[in-house]
Design a protein around this ligand. Structure first.
Ligand SMILES: NC(=O)c1ccc[n+]([C@@H]2O[C@H](COP(=O)([O-])OP(=O)(O)OC[C@H]3O[C@@H](n4cnc5c(N)ncnc54)[C@H](OP(=O)(O)O)[C@@H]3O)[C@@H](O)[C@H]2O)c1
Length: 264
């Protein structure tokens, strides 16, 4: 397929919102996910709504076999836009995370991102065009207790993308990292987190479509780091300017208020 946007994790939430956005722009899509019924239904709906071709790849990207499978599936496609979006959170304290889950989150949110990015970047460099959007999180600015592996992988994604931006400065390839706050998606349920999704006030849950809209506006303006929402912007400023101990205290208080124990 030509003129393709590849989105990892487009079964629900932000990935699905990006899929609709790029289909609306006339791109053909390759979308991935593990929930077969949902990803296939998304592909059919988007094809019907926007008159583009959509290929659904059912794949678990938290291991090497899955990533290699996807690379093989896309070998004949001309990818113009890559959106590294697939991700998940973990609920337990670090000391209680099973080894398999530690390996999976690091693979999905670091290894899969770099392997896919390099593979597609090589094609983009030949054509000297393309866009890469990597989804990080506000967790990259404020590591959250009980989700420290998640926040740490998201910090990697932020750093990785800013580095790529500088390496690619003399090319026509655009790079962006999006750092959302809370999203109203399947994320928290999938991680077994019991949260109230408040829709107003500080740290509210934002609609995925709204995040995509803000991030696309930033992309147009050439902003490498997109902070969609006031909350994330405040958190980034706090991270930059507050003394570390004050920052820790704020995060610890916030975590305790959400009734989360910080030790067994
Ligand atoms: N929700 C938040 O509050 C929040 C905040 C900041 C950043 N983010 C980031 O935003 C991105 C999208 O999350 P979301 O909020 O839209 O959550 P979501 O609705 O749960 O979407 C996550 C997507 O990732 C896919 N995925 C998860 N594990 C996967 C695996 N092992 N292999 C392949 N695909 C996998 C899921 O598909 P399947 O389940 O079908 O595999 C799903 O399509 C993630 O990178 C997340 O870290 C989320």
């Amino acid at each position: 397929m030509k003129n393709v946007t590849l989105i990892t994790g487009a079964t629900s939430g932000l990935g699905l919102a990006y899929a609709k956005e790029y289909a609306k722009k006339g791109y053909n899509l390759i979308i991935t996910g593990r929930r077969e019924d949902k990803i296939k239904a998304n592909a059919i709906n988007i094809e019907n709504m926007y008159n583009v071709k959509v290929k659904a790849v059912i794949v678990d990207l938290a291991n090497a076999e899955g990533v290699n499978f996807l690379l093989n599936e896309i070998r004949d496609d001309e990818i113009e836009v890559l959106i590294n979006n697939a991700g998940f959170g973990l609920k337990p304290l670090f000391s209680e995370v099973p080894q398999e889950d530690m390996e999976r989150i690091i693979f999905l949110q670091i290894n899969a991102v770099v392997i896919l990015s390099q593979y597609i970047l090589k094609q983009m460099l030949v054509r000297n065009r393309g866009t890469m959007i990597n989804i990080s999180s506000e967790g990259a600015f404020a590591v959250m207790p009980r989700n420290i592996l998640y926040s740490s992988t998201k910090l990697f994604i932020l750093n990785f993308t800013e580095g790529l931006y500088m390496e690619l400065i003399d090319s026509a390839i655009r790079v962006q990292v999006v750092c959302p706050g809370f999203i109203d998606s399947d994320f928290h349920e999938s991680a077994g987190m019991n949260v109230v999704k408040k829709k107003t006030g500080f740290m509210k849950f934002m609609d995925p479509d709204k995040i995509v809209q803000l991030a696309m506006r930033d992309l147009k303006k050439g902003r490498v780091v997109s902070l969609p929402g006031l909350d994330v912007k405040i958190i980034q400023i706090m991270q930059k300017f507050l003394p570390r101990n004050t920052l820790y205290k704020i995060i610890i208080d916030f975590t305790r208020k959400r009734n989360k124990k910080l030790h067994r």
